[in-house]
Design a protein around this ligand. Structure first.
Ligand code: GNR
Ligand code: NI
Length: 172
């Protein structure tokens, strides 16, 4: 089932999310809903707070090539355990900040540890778009958005646009 995505500014997008302590069928169903919502958007990642659930759960699939096999990944309690000194700049966007894009610089490679949907601990090195996306998603779990990396002026301009968009949506 597709779920509505919260649009910035929203207090729920600013909260530090709680760790998942027991993996229930409800949480696995939420992960499936998040994947469906992400693919439908379409996006390459989605964090639970973006659908109003303040728990440490993200989903991602950064396979973008048409015709390539999809690779949906579900991560509970994801953590960056190592990051490269080498940095990478990507033009980022966010489903909670529609149609706004800006360059963000982050470590080019990260090692991420997480719990998978079967409750097993996993660890993997990510580079390229995967590295950017997984860091963007983990930031969401800590109440952080990509616009928080921008200067105050740019951030305020984007926030004002989103307030206007939300007012218009509420009227429609
Ligand atoms: O779909 C998304 N694309 C994207 C592009 C560059 C850097 C990060 C992202 S994540 C974003 C989906 C989203 O908002 N996830 O939280
Ligand atoms: Ni986002």
């Amino acid at each position: 089932m597709k779920r509505p995505i919260l649009i910035h500014p929203d207090p729920r997008l600013k909260k530090v999310c709680d760790p998942v302590t027991d993996l229930s069928d409800d949480l696995r169903a939420l992960a499936d809903d998040m994947l469906e919502t992400m693919y439908d958007a379409p996006g390459i990642g989605l964090a639970a707070p973006q659908v109003g659930v303040l728990q440490r759960l993200i989903v991602l699939d950064c396979v973008k090539e048409e015709g390539e096999k999809p690779r949906p990944i579900v991560m509970f309690n994801p953590e960056v355990v190592a990051a490269s000194d080498e940095m990478n700049t990507y033009e980022e966007g966010c489903l909670s900040i529609p149609e706004q894009y800006a360059d963000v610089t982050r470590p080019a490679e990260v090692t991420v540890k997480w719990i998978d949907r079967d409750g097993n601990e996993q660890s993997e090195d990510f580079g390229g778009l995967w590295a950017t996306c997984v860091q963007h998603e983990i930031d969401h779990l800590n109440g952080k958005l990509f616009i928080d990396y921008l200067g105050a002026m740019k951030r305020q301009m984007i926030t004002r646009k989103m307030q206007k968009l939300k007012r218009e949506k509420a009227r429609a």
